[in-house]
Design a protein around this ligand. Structure first.
Ligand code: URA
Length: 242
């Protein structure tokens, strides 16, 4: 692959901008300054640096973020900080985007990638990818609620949800619950509880398909998925129905 193509593919600028970087002698391949954009390199084996920083070639990036509250699940926003704004420049260069949305006040597992095909598959309603949420509810959650969610509940717009698997972790004036759903309607968890007369006061996503939130990530922190996690996601995305 041509060195200018590799750098442009990785988001270091247009071919023209990359040409300037090369001209200025900022690109080094296997210890030698390369100024000619036509120079052929092996992107997976040659050691490429730009201004001394290693350029690791990959097409796709897969990140798991523990989304903090107050940040928007979008690539850009006129008013609020987005999950992309809090990425390091070396990750943002891949132009990743969040797979699905968590509300501004929701915390927890958010997959961020530039693999549009995978994102499309994971979000497809046909795939029924389960998403599990931990929530605190403003009153007692009962066995009737478990049964109601098992049957699916009718939301404020008349939509009847698919079944949800509700587990009561702690019941009381405030209850801790875990809810697994296979859809991703707008504010779905909050609206499902509203349908049974209750309010979600805290919401955190803990899993999405095979992906579990890495609890060692502080709010706002993220890490790359392991190879195994990526393979598991790819397998899920290939299944017709899970
Ligand atoms: N359901 C909600 O109500 N909010 C979220 O952020 C995710 C699921």
């Amino acid at each position: 692959m041509r060195i200018d193509k590799m750098l442009a593919n990785m988001g270091y600028g247009s071919r023209k901008e990359v040409k300037q970087l090369l001209k200025k002698g900022q690109v080094v391949v296997n210890g030698k300054i390369v100024k000619d954009g036509k120079e052929q390199i092996d992107p997976f084996h040659d050691a490429v640096t730009l201004n001394g920083a290693e350029v690791q070639y990959k097409e796709f990036i897969y990140l798991m973020m523990n989304k903090p509250p107050g940040v928007i699940s979008a690539t850009e926003d006129d008013y609020d900080e987005t999950v992309i704004d809090i990425l390091q420049p070396e990750d943002a260069v891949f132009s990743p985007f969040p797979v699905g949305r968590l509300d501004k006040d929701t915390e927890g597992l958010l997959l961020i990638t530039n693999d549009g095909g995978l994102a499309h598959q994971l979000l497809s309603p046909k795939k029924n990818v389960p998403k599990t949420y931990f929530a605190v509810i403003d009153r007692e959650v009962t066995d009737e609620d478990i049964e109601a969610f098992r049957q699916g509940v009718t939301l404020d717009d008349g939509y009847h949800t698919k079944p949800g698997d509700l587990k009561i972790l702690k019941s009381g004036i405030y209850s801790d619950i875990e809810l697994t759903i296979t859809e991703g309607k707008f504010h779905q968890v909050k609206r499902m509880f509203e349908a049974v007369g209750k309010k979600v006061v805290y919401l955190k996503r803990v899993s999405m398909g095979p992906l579990q939130l890495d609890e060692s990530l502080e709010l706002g922190e993220y890490r790359e998925l392991t190879e195994e996690e990526v393979l598991q996601l790819i397998n899920v995305s290939k299944l017709e129905k899970i």
